[in-house]
Design a protein around this ligand. Structure first.
Ligand SMILES: NC(=O)C1=CN([C@@H]2O[C@H](COP(=O)(O)OP(=O)(O)OC[C@H]3O[C@@H](n4cnc5c(N)ncnc54)[C@H](OP(=O)(O)O)[C@@H]3O)[C@@H](O)[C@H]2O)C=CC1
Ligand SMILES: CC(=O)C(=O)O
Ligand SMILES: [Mg+2]
Length: 423
């Protein structure tokens, strides 16, 4: 970013008041009568009702439309382990996206925990406060243990966005990109740079969509994850392949697909030139991708290119997933977000990209034309049809797979965030 853009970003966060979110009132509070209902003595009545039946918390408090965005700041975007407090702008940012795209209220919680167990204990003790928990920017491998333990201990959906949100959006974009490139997932040679939270979840989902594990090479800071490599954790070991390739330079030769979920500027024009015809490059590290789109395109005009950013075509970013997935999960009061719900989200997102793009999206992106093709493999986050399609698909999958505690919502499909509380 230029110095001017960096300053604009700081000013955006600082002015006219610090931060990006505030709490709003939903009931009148002007009179003595209002206050006697909102607080003492009236507040005692919902207290008694919730003590009698905890389900009443959904009726008398904001719990059912409230998601906690929780981090320890150990993997903030691609910036690394900068600690809990430094993650707060990102967590507030996730809250902005929950609210503006799906009408979901959120609180950000930055946890200073000395161990995964301390993090789990802290969150588990306060989990009943919310309707769902979105774990964010927690590094691998700790994130796997943390998410699994919290899923087991909490009765509300717990979802590590960097794993599953990213995987859902990547799979949807990849299925479309492969079709446009005239390639098949079952045959595609895939290189994944990064072997952390996002990378491992993305590769697992691509394998379950049809990618062959023997066609997949994953790399971490030490290079290719190959059979016999010592010191691999069990999450990486699943992806160890029998190969004599050791570096990105070796692995990228003839690859159809590169997926970057690692760090900035790790891929070069020379790597691009070694890829197969019509290569697909998802350089998804934020804010600075593994390779700048202009460099990639100059090296390979035939590339289908995506990044995690809003300022280039094809934004493969979990913003296309988490607001809408939680919307569907909350509205049927799902106990968890299971594989069926994730797969339903992949297909809803993938299919939407094939439909004509609304004028409002063209206006927001200052474009005359956008249509399914190399420059448009996936919808943009401002597309209001995401709110119509993804929650509906997720809610239906929750009902069908038996994790919904409420029926498919009568007020679906949603047309705008004003509809989220129904009639
Ligand atoms: N576009 C999107 O929607 C999303 C993008 N991301 C991006 O993905 C990246 C990883 O995030 P996340 O998985 O949560 O973080 P993790 O800390 O869990 O994983 C980071 C992974 O990147 C690897 N890595 C880091 N630097 C290098 C390097 N120089 N060479 C090779 N591998 C490297 C690490 O290797 P090692 O295991 O050896 O330490 C690790 O496997 C971030 O940049 C983030 O912005 C994440 C989520 C969503
Ligand atoms: C987008 C996101 O969640 C990340 O880069 O970590
Ligand atoms: Mg993240």
């Amino acid at each position: 970013m230029t110095d001017a853009k960096k300053q604009a970003a700081l000013d955006y966060h600082a002015k006219p008041i610090p931060g990006k979110l505030s709490v709003e009132l939903t009931k009148p509070t002007a009179t003595a009568r209002d206050l006697s209902l909102a607080y003492s003595p009236g507040v005692a009545e919902p207290v008694r009702e919730i003590a009698r039946d905890p389900e009443n918390a959904y009726r008398y408090t904001g719990k059912g439309n409230l998601v906690a965005v929780i981090s320890d700041g150990s993997a903030i975007l691609g910036l690394g382990n900068l600690g809990p407090l430094a993650s707060k702008p990102v967590m507030e940012g996730k809250g902005v996206l929950f609210k503006c795209f799906a009408g979901i209220n959120s609180v950000d919680v930055e946890v200073n925990a000395e161990s995964p167990q301390a993090f789990i204990d802290t969150v588990a003790r306060i989990a009943d406060t919310w309707g769902g928990i979105n774990l964010e920017d927690i590094k691998a491998p700790e994130c796997f243990e943390i998410e699994q333990a919290l899923i087991e201990q909490c009765s509300i959906p717990v979802f590590h966005d960097d794993q599953h949100g990213t995987a859902i959006v990547t799979a949807a974009g990849m299925l479309n990109a492969l079709e446009i490139a005239g390639k098949r997932l079952e045959e595609a040679k895939i290189v994944c740079l990064g072997a952390g939270a996002a990378a491992i979840a993305c590769m697992k989902l691509l394998v379950s969509c049809g990618a062959r594990s023997e066609n997949l090479i994953m790399l971490d800071r030490r290079g290719v994850i190959h059979a016999g490599r010592e010191g691999l954790n069990p999450y990486k070991a699943v992806f160890a392949v029998d190969t004599d390739k050791r570096t990105l330079d070796d692995a990228i030769e003839g690859a159809d697909v590169f997926i970057g979920l690692s760090g900035p500027n790790l891929m070069t024009a020379e790597h691009m030139r070694k890829m197969a015809p019509n290569p697909i490059v998802f350089a998804c590290t934020n804010p600075d991708p593994e390779i700048h789109p202009d460099v990639a395109r100059e090296a390979r005009p035939d590339v289908i290119m995506a990044t995690g950013r809003s300022d280039y075509p094809n934004q493969v970013n979990n913003v296309l997933g988490f607001p809408f997935i939680f919307r569907g999960a909350l509205d049927v009061r799902a106990t968890r977000i299971n594989e069926e719900m994730k797969v339903a989200a992949v297909h809803a997102l993938k299919d939407l990209a094939r439909e004509p793009v609304p004028q409002a999206v063209l206006d927001a992106y200052e474009r005359d034309h956008m249509a399914f093709g190399p420059e448009y493999i996936i919808p943009t986050p401002v597309d209001v049809r995401l709110l119509e399609r993804i929650p509906a698909a997720v809610a239906q999958a929750a009902v069908d797979s038996g994790v919904a505690r409420r029926p498919y919502p009568a007020h679906y499909p949603l047309k705008t965030v004003d509809d989220v509380y129904g009639g």
